[in-house]
Design a protein around this ligand. Structure first.
Ligand code: AGP
Length: 615
């Protein structure tokens, strides 16, 4: 969602800020802006739309300041517009702030500030921060920011500049990430001297690899010569420095036309990395899932809580946990879970799945489940993320940074991790023998090669995409694990191509959705060889009889399916339990090809954000 960058040093801030904001574009946003300290005060330039438009506009000014802050905004309070874009300024224009998060008590603060004569120009919650800092400023920006945060309820990552302290940026946070770093510069390279702040390490990785992730309440004072740190009382404090050793290349497209394609192609690697080191002495081990064998055995209810694509990974897990471990498993959208008073006992295990580890709905559900006494385990892709910190244990998927807003490789990492978890429960409960677990593990590992094969020839998928590109709507169907896969297929298609898509358990077709079908209506079916294959074929016949164009994801060697489908996309034969991995990949590609045919930006779809940090 929103992104923060800031720089104070010797180089022109404008370029540094635009570069940093561009690196944050993947998070999704609708407007962008910068505040740069010039000799005559702070200059703010904001634009609705892309960072490139902001950069273009900045080209008309000749801002030479070397200290500034920038922001990409994803609208929550107030529509996307120049007025609502950050940075926001105080009445006198001497304070400018950028803010990530939500100020929950902004209405009260706004009323109080208005009574004291403050005039507001935006509809945002964030603007109150600029006015509070203005009120509290008496010659010390750190103290002004500290006092202001005492009044705030909610979550915030903030960076502030002040006309009276020309080279200073002050940053702080609560429940919203802020990272700072200093670089002494390097005459032999492009690395420039100065101090950097951002909401995501990726925005400053070009400049420095030694960073400090601020803890809640810590305040950083950045100057061109270094960074000082203060605690919540304003006393100097120690911080932990972290060296980032992953490469920026990871965040580059690596020769692929877009991040989504790159990330789809990384999936075999994700499967291998997620499985690496899990089979120890012939037994499956997941140390991070630190329930004793007795606790595992006693577990009598599992909830998987998640949102969006992560929720779909949960639907797949339900099939496996119930089939193998015989434990009742409920999968719940996190935003619903916490409001319906679910049954939680000391033997309930909650698994929270979140790629970003920042999703507000999932975090709220985790907190709620823990208060009710459940043990909560997070499955996330982001080291040290809030989901990781707030869970009793965490399993990291090995997807690495995912840039495209639509999740692909992290979904596969989640499915593989959850599959291991299902096997672990079954092993602990004695429902699967060690030999059976080993066999399953080997077959799961084989899916990496099978996905590689799918990726090596995508012509049929491209051709099927042409059949969908002009449709108004599409229907995805499947049964069992195939129905969970169809939900993910439909979500992917609508996210990036803006083509309306629905997913249904195929057996539900006759109870309503079949009314949608007329000539040429695309029906995408997961028709792999499974116990319900024949039933799915019947549903295809019913759809075809009404004029549907059928695209079937089928098992290699199934020639018969050609009698019922207009387009067949073959995938290698795997055990039904693992078909989610192989069947999802062609659907990711299908969505991407359709989106490209329709002229859409597959990496940054409209209205969506990579991290959804609002409830
Ligand atoms: C996936 O393609 C979506 N962008 C979205 O549904 C996402 O999965 C959802 O917002 C949950 O995100 P999380 O996994 O980071 O919690």
């Amino acid at each position: 969602m929103c992104g923060i960058v800031g720089y104070t040093g010797e180089s022109r801030a404008q370029e540094v800020l635009i570069e940093g904001l561009s690196r944050l574009e993947y998070r999704g946003y609708d407007s962008a802006g910068v505040a740069i300290r010039e000799d005559d005060g702070i200059h703010v330039v904001c634009r609705k739309g892309k960072v490139a438009e902001l950069a273009h506009t900045l080209g008309h000014f000749s801002l030479t300041g070397t200290c500034g802050i920038g922001h990409t905004r994803w609208a929550t309070h107030g529509k996307p517009s120049e007025v609502n874009a950050h940075p926001h300024t105080s009445c006198d224009g001497n304070i400018a702030i950028v803010h990530n998060g939500i100020i929950e008590n902004f209405a009260e603060l706004r009323d109080e500030l208005a009574l004291r004569g403050h005039v507001f120009s935006s509809e945002t919650d964030s603007e109150v921060v600029a006015h509070l800092v203005e009120d509290n400023y008496h010659g010390d920006l750190v103290e002004a920011v500290r006092l202001s945060t005492e009044a705030l309820v909610g979550s915030y990552g903030i960076a502030v500049v002040c006309a009276q302290e020309p080279d200073v940026i002050v940053a702080t946070r609560k429940d919203s990430p802020i990272v700072v770093g200093y670089s002494a510069g390097d005459a032999g390279s492009a690395a420039m001297r100065g101090s950097f702040v951002a909401s995501d390490i990726i925005a400053m990785l070009d400049a420095t690899r030694d960073v400090v992730v601020l803890a809640d309440g810590q305040i950083a004072k950045l100057t061109p010569n270094g960074i000082e740190y203060f605690d919540e009382q304003g006393r100097p404090c120690e911080v932990t420095h972290t060296h980032i050793d992953w490469d920026l290349d990871l965040a580059e497209k690596g020769g692929y036309p877009d991040f989504m394609m790159k990330e789809i192609h990384e999936q075999p690697r994700v499967i291998r990395d997620t499985l690496a080191g899990r089979m120890v002495g012939g037994r499956l081990e997941i140390d991070e899932f630190d329930l004793s064998p007795e606790e595992l055995d006693l577990t009598d209810r599992v909830y998987v809580i998640a949102c969006g694509t992560s929720y779909h990974a949960g639907l797949i897990a339900k099939n496996l946990i119930e089939a193998w471990a015989r434990i009742p498993c409920e999968v719940e959208v996190a935003s619903e879970f916490r409001y319906r008073n679910p049954i939680i006992t000391p033997t309930t295990v909650v698994v929270a799945v979140s790629q970003s580890g920042e999703t507000a709905d999932t975090l709220a559900a985790i907190r709620d489940a823990r208060v009710k006494g459940a043990k909560v385990f997070g499955i996330t892709n982001v080291l040290g993320s809030p989901v990781a910190r707030e869970s009793d244990g965490v399993i990291y998927t090995k997807a690495n940074k995912e840039i495209a807003v639509a999740s692909t490789k992290s979904f596969i990492g989640q499915v593989v991790s959850l599959t291991l978890l299902a096997m672990l429960f079954a092993q602990a409960k004695g429902k699967l023998t060690t030999a059976q677990v080993r066999l399953l593990f080997r077959e799961l590992a084989d899916t990496a090669d099978q996905v590689e094969r799918i990726l090596s020839d995508t012509d049929d998928i491209r051709e099927a995409a042409l059949a969908c590109k002009d449709a108004k709507s599409a229907l995805f169907i499947g049964r069992g694990i195939g129905s969970a896969v169809s939900y993910e297929g439909a979500l992917k298609l609508k996210e990036i191509s803006y083509l309306h898509a629905e997913a249904y358990a195929a057996g539900e077709m006759k109870h309503g959705p079949i009314a949608l079908i007329d000539e040429g209506f695309p029906v995408i079916a997961i028709a792999t060889k499974s116990p319900t294959y024949d039933k799915v074929v019947s549903n295809l016949q019913e759809s075809r009889a009404r004029g549907a164009t059928i695209i079937a994801i089928a098992t290699e060697g199934d020639e018969d399916i050609k009698n019922y489908a207009d387009h067949v996309i073959y995938i290698p034969k795997v055990r039904d339990a693992f078909s989610a991995i192989t069947a999802t990949v062609p659907l990711q590609l299908l969505a991407r090809f359709v989106a490209l045919e329709r002229g859409c930006d597959v990496d940054q779809p409209r209205n969506l954000a990579k991290s959804v940090t609002v409830e």
